[in-house]
Ligand binder design. Structure first.
Ligand SMILES: [Fe+2]
Length: 181
């Protein structure tokens, strides 16, 4: 039967730290601290990472029959990540984002975006994986024109503190206008 030497308890237990010191206390040996996004590409990458992590956002999804549902998913230094849901027919209305820039990523369903820039009005469908990046002063309206619910992810930097609403863009049926001329 094994019996430990009575001297064993007197021998100090050695470890890497007791021999070499704590490597994390030495700045150049410590793992790099994760940087928060600083560029448009990095914010777009953050949105892609969150979008790809379905377990993170899907259980939170709710729908509100009265208005768009939204939930702040994450905040970081100078930015916010919002999760939004859109039932068929729900719309943001025409709005800007104050001094914030942003990245819009559709997670489920389809949104239709109408934007108003100096070069005129543009209309585009945003499907899962689609991303729109915009800067301060960008004017747009998003609506769920489909018959299925939609889910989207919105990153704002800096965080959204002002959002001015404008009257809806007039819907013009060009073919009808053409026929009446
Ligand atoms: Fe917007």
């Amino acid at each position: 039967m094994y019996s430990p030497s009575p001297l064993a308890a007197e021998v100090p237990q050695l470890s890497d730290i007791s021999i070499g010191g704590d490597p994390l206390a030495v700045e150049h040996l410590a793992p790099a601290r994760p940087e928060h996004p600083r560029t448009v590409a990095e914010f777009a990458g953050l949105a892609c990472a969150v979008a790809g992590d379905r377990a993170r956002w899907a259980p939170l999804v709710e729908y509100d029959p009265v208005s768009r549902w939204y939930h702040r998913l994450e905040t970081g230094p100078g930015y916010e990540v919002w999760l939004l849901t859109w039932l068929p027919g729900q719309s943001s209305g025409l709005h800007d984002h104050g001094r914030s820039s942003g990245v819009v990523t559709v997670l489920e369903g389809t949104l239709t975006e109408r934007s108003l820039t100096r070069s005129g009005e543009a209309r585009r469908e945003l499907r899962p994986g689609s991303q729109r990046v915009f800067g301060p002063g960008y004017l747009h309206e998003a609506v769920n024109d489909s018959l299925e619910p939609a889910v989207s992810l919105h990153v704002y930097f800096p965080g959204l503190t002002e959002m001015t609403q404008y009257p809806h863009l007039p819907h013009v049926c060009s073919s009808v206008v053409g026929e009446t001329r």
